[in-house]
Write a protein that binds this ligand. Sequence first.
Ligand SMILES: *Cc1c(COP(=O)(O)O)cnc(C)c1O
Length: 454
Amino acid sequence: MKKPYESPVILKTRMAISDRAVNSLHHSQTVRSTIDDIAVNKLTDDYGSPLFVFSEKTMRQRYRDIYMAFSTRYPAVTFGWSYKTNYLSAICSILHQEGALAEVVSDMEYDKARALGVPGENIIYNGPNKSVHSLRKAIADGASINVDHLDEIYDISKVADSMGRKVKIGLRLNLDAGIHPQWFRFGFNLESGQAMDAVELISKTGSLIVNSLHCHLGTYIMDPNAYVIAVQKMLSFAYEVEDSIFGFKIESIDIGGGLPSKSKLKGTYHGPDIVVPSIDEYAEKITTAIYTHKRDGNTPRLILECGRAIIDETGYLIVSVVASKRLPDGRKAYVVDGGINLLYTSFWYKYNIELTRQVGGLNEESVIYGPLCMNIDVIEDNAFFPSIDRGERIVISPVGAYNVSQWMQFIEYRPNIVLIAMDGSVDVVREAENLTDIQSREIIPERLLARPKI
Ligand SMILES: *Cc1c(COP(=O)(O)O)cnc(C)c1O
């Protein structure tokens, strides 16, 4: 049949580059073939995949840069290493060598610090759940305890009385520094008067002395002015306490951690290089706030408990492609051998995802799934890759903060963790697990060992 006649139309060509092309330009492949000059593929050949890799060089450098930023601006600065951010023994040991105290938030972390040889007087004991048993140890060891709630004041005073000791304690505060959501669940609220009530109660115990104030605003605090407000409020509260009838002298103010690392929060458009202020900016504003609000002749010690800002960028996870798939919506999908079991922070942060070599072909929208039998096990749902083969290595970073402490054992063994030393040598600092590790605490009751006769 003859087709009906249609008059020709001239369509205007859209000159704009298609969204997809723009995306693949934006997401041009970045390649990471080495970590501290060691080939990524050599690392996985030697230590398996997946593999966590930490750089001692970056770690010491980060610590020194951040410490210098504060200590060159203010004469009395102490750092506590936030154990919960990463409590691998090797990592804690490096930071203790650099001069950090141990900042611990549980019985377990307290024990870990002591087992690593940290003397009690170099431990800051925070957290909302300190057992009476651990408080007794901490008091005997001379640790700095920051109290979280009234029940703890009661516990500490009982322990102090039973030991016939006078005990100096810090008071954890929560306050409005313009950060939303505000963390009011830890410590005593400043603005409502709860904190001053706690000071009064402490003075009545007779055995406890408040000598320090603590406030940890939260994590990944992107606004240096929040610390400025916190410092101003803490100092004015310190002088209010000193001027009251209780006779306490505040020797230090501990502003906690929370300085951001250069990781990218999900749902943010600009990269961290644009939106995350420099450490110098935090140090400048925080120390200026102290000089502005402190009284002449008084130089309270400034304590910081940085976690992520020191460690996040020192850690990488190498994974391998196990399989590729095509999803019904047309996207390419890859299954890799490490997922949210190893990367708990993937719920909040968008990592750098890099191949170890330039791979030819067009970039296309790809999803990266972990190995778990769970729908939520997604490392990245919007990666741009050329077609990559089974066995290809992918390097995920920064992953040094909170992953190695919050990871979970669910259905997989946890892999080796290696540390690249300053001289380029590589040490395993945590061995891959095996079935013995997984089952070592299990007990099968005798009666369950009987098998039916078939
Ligand atoms: C978690 C925590 C830190 C460390 O926080 P980062 O955001 O990793 O710097 C410091 N102090 C206390 C009390 C904490 O709970």
